[in-house]
Write a protein that binds this ligand. Structure first.
Ligand code: ARG
Length: 266
């Protein structure tokens, strides 16, 4: 089972201090009270599934630190640290210390790498990997060699999909919800033709709600609200869906999975 243990970081210093993705607008700041409610509800939803949530100490001056997914990609007891844009680069020292203190062996990726944000493990030994906006193509081989994943490289059609966890959501091993319209033609073919994967197609409209940026343990899916079609399809397949409001987190260009670094991927 996957996502039974995750690393999160309370958004105590969250604000839109700069713009490193098309969603971030420093003229639109989060409402502190709404943000706190939203985040508390997320933690409650995770914990209600029995998930163990660990917390990284928030740091003043690192407003994006709540998006822990970008800080690393973990497989077994190995972690490859993210190599983030300059505004976020100092975050990973903190993550590194936490991971090492908790028994993980940490490797530094010498190339730009958006961590789990651009690397979606399918649960079948592969990882669906972005290599365009936030990750250098050379990080593909680095991930393959250091973590032993088969890398499925992906290109999206716009920087609105700057991290590939905005367009892919793994529901259970091999079952992947995806917005095919957000992918270029070759990437569509690579995903559709992959023998180990069954796909649940999701519309652009629902992907824009960050509905694919979800956390699933194979029984319960915690996802953004505003995506009724995906919700219904998951329920039809026997999954329990908890839909959460993420109006404030979205202002930073991230959703539920972005705030949740999996510590138990295999
Ligand atoms: N503001 C953050 C950034 O641009 C959002 C990160 C979203 N994370 C993700 N896994 N997609 O880096």
């Amino acid at each position: 089972m996957y996502n039974r243990e995750v690393l999160m970081c309370r958004p105590d210093y969250f604000e839109i201090a700069y713009s490193i993705n098309p969603y971030m607008d420093p003229h639109r700041q989060p409402d502190a009270l709404k943000l706190e409610r939203e985040y508390d509800a997320l933690i409650a939803a995770h914990e209600a599934t029995g998930r163990k949530v660990h917390f990284l100490e928030p740091v003043h001056g690192l407003p994006d630190m709540t998006y822990t997914a970008n800080q690393a990609l973990v497989r077994g007891k190995m972690a490859v640290l993210g190599n983030l844009p300059p505004e976020r680069a100092p975050e990973t020292d903190h993550t590194r210390r936490w991971l090492e203190a908790n028994g993980f062996e940490v490797i530094v990726c010498p190339y730009r790498f958006s961590g789990q944000g651009d690397a979606v493990p399918t649960g079948t030994g592969a990882v669906i990997k972005g290599r365009q906006w936030r990750s250098d193509p050379r990080s593909d081989a680095f991930i393959e060699e250091s973590l032993g994943y088969e890398v499925i490289p992906i290109h999206t059609v716009s920087d609105r999909w700057y991290d590939d966890d905005l367009v892919f959501g793994v529901i259970r091993p091999g079952l992947v919800a995806v917005c095919l319209d957000a992918l270029d033609i070759d990437s569509q073919a690579r995903i559709k033709d992959h023998a180990d994967l069954e796909l649940i197609p999701v519309s652009l409209k629902e992907a824009e709600q960050f509905a694919l940026n979800l956390v699933s343990d194979g029984n319960t899916v915690i996802m953004a609200d505003g995506a009724p079609e995906l919700k219904t399809e998951l329920e039809r397949r026997g999954l329990r869906v908890v839909a959460c409001n993420i109006s404030q987190l979205k202002l930073g260009g991230g959703g539920i999975r972005c705030t949740t670094l999996a510590l138990d991927a295999n």
